[in-house]
Design a protein around this ligand. Sequence first.
Ligand SMILES: *Cc1c(COP(=O)(O)O)cnc(C)c1O
Length: 353
Amino acid sequence: LKLLTPGPLSTADAVRAAMTVDRGSRDAEFLALTAEVRRGLLAVAGANAAYAAVPLQGSGTFAVEAAIGTLVPREGRLLVLVNGAYGRRMVQIARRIGVPVDALEVPETTPIRADALAGRPTHVAMVHCETTTGIENPLAAVAAACREAGAALIVDAMSSFGALPIEAARQGLLAVVASANKCLEGAPGVSFVVARRDALLAAEGRCHSVALDLHEQLAGFERDGQWRFTPPTHVVAALAEALRRLDAEGVDGRRDRYRQNLRVLVDGLRARGFRTLLAEDVQAPIIATFLAPTEGWYGFDAFHAGLRARGFVIYPGKTTAADTFRIGVIGDVTPRDLAALLGAVDAVVAELR
Ligand SMILES: *Cc1c(COP(=O)(O)O)cnc(C)c1O
């Protein structure tokens, strides 16, 4: 089965094999794995010694909530640049925590605007690749605007980390948030925040949540190398292996593979009469959104089930405006797999017609 979704996604045999061993959470071997993962995450984020990588138990949203709760002072003001569901989720999180927040929203098919940092925010948050549609938002331009305006930038890089370049130190980012099970091609269950060390150290007692407190989580790692609470040991071991594989492939190599996947997918489905939601120049090589065919044969559930029976899992749409479906090109997936998907699409369409 190939998971052509935004995560969890298809992983390599070696990544799954890393999970077949039980490890004690206080074992020297596991502590070494944790340290290796934290170093690896810093490198992928383009961070330096001014930053710390803080892994956290839980899915990506846990780390987003931890970052906002730990890093934004309640006397600050957060501006979230929104063009999809994950941007809206950050607004919802800030409201729930009691962080003063404004949203600057543009349509889902348009990149967020980098030029208008309205309301003098102390902090800005953006989604790098808005997985709602697969659009790539202009990280470098927003980072430059934030440096200019003296605002600290938090990046939800959940679906781009490991495939699109991020230069935390050079771009002066406050924090980068992501999880193991997207472009890192690890297993779900652990997320992380790579953030400026000074900001983490200054955040003592601020977080609204004990479990999500990144100041305390970092203090735990720096005290004795251990996780504060039970770590997902199997998932951490898988992430260590996944990071070794990323190191071998390179972020650029991974992006190129995903680009080739996307090319095969989009060209193939266009040749079959499907249309993409996004314009080519804003499409990230992560996940593509297609407009639902309007002919009578199409229904998402039947289309999905037909592809599932042939070994491929696709995803429903998430846009507010249009009826769509999505197909991811990330994970342990090659252009060959996408070519095989096209054959399956032909068979399913013929069957449903
Ligand atoms: C997947 C994703 C998240 C987190 O989702 P979880 O289901 O909590 O892992 C957040 N932001 C973006 C952009 C994502 O793609």
